[in-house]
Design a binder for this molecule. Structure first.
Ligand code: ATP
Ligand code: MG
Length: 139
């Protein structure tokens, strides 16, 4: 198994609801090493660029408004098969369809306010990590 990195975001609803500690703790229990971590309120430009692949989707504007409404926690996480394992731990995009015990099932409100983001492939992980962190921060 190859060691990989993934970009994790704890989204505004989970930060507002006081779940940062529980979510970070879960990632550590799952064997992820925290390579970098920062709290930040995203600008619209930063959120729009991050979600550029979704710009033609009907939910794009609402998604950007949600992601910029209060602070998020940005993290780079590392472990064997980080991308696929992280997505198993967070569960399906829609919390109503996520398996019991997954982070989205536990802390998500609906398909938009679904508590966390995770990269979906090695190339997107590279782009997403570079969007938020300098080479020095993830060295
Ligand atoms: P993420 O990229 O945040 O990890 P994902 O890969 O599970 O989530 P995507 O299809 O990439 O899902 O959608 C990105 C985000 O856009 C979702 O996490 C969610 O916040 C929002 N979103 C997706 N589908 C919808 C929808 N039908 N209505 C509203 N918001 C949506
Ligand atoms: Mg996605």
């Amino acid at each position: 198994m190859a060691v990989e990195r993934t970009l994790s975001i704890i989204k505004p609803n989970a930060v507002e609801d006081g779940h940062i500690g529980a979510i970070v703790s879960r990632f550590e229990q799952e064997g992820f090493r925290i390579v970098a971590l920062r709290m930040e309120q995203l600008t619209r430009a930063k959120a729009e660029g991050f979600y550029a692949v979704h710009r033609e989707r009907p939910f794009f504007n609402a998604l950007v408004t949600f992601m910029t409404r209060s602070k998020v926690v940005l993290m780079v996480l590392e472990r064997d098969s980080a991308i696929s394992h992280y997505r198993e731990v967070i569960g399906a995009t829609d919390p109503a369809k996520a398996k019991d015990g997954t982070i989205r099932k536990l802390y998500g409100k609906n398909v938009e306010e679904n508590a966390v983001h995770g990269s979906d492939a090695p190339e997107t992980a590279r782009f997403e990590i570079g969007w938020f962190f300098t080479g020095f921060e993830v060295a």
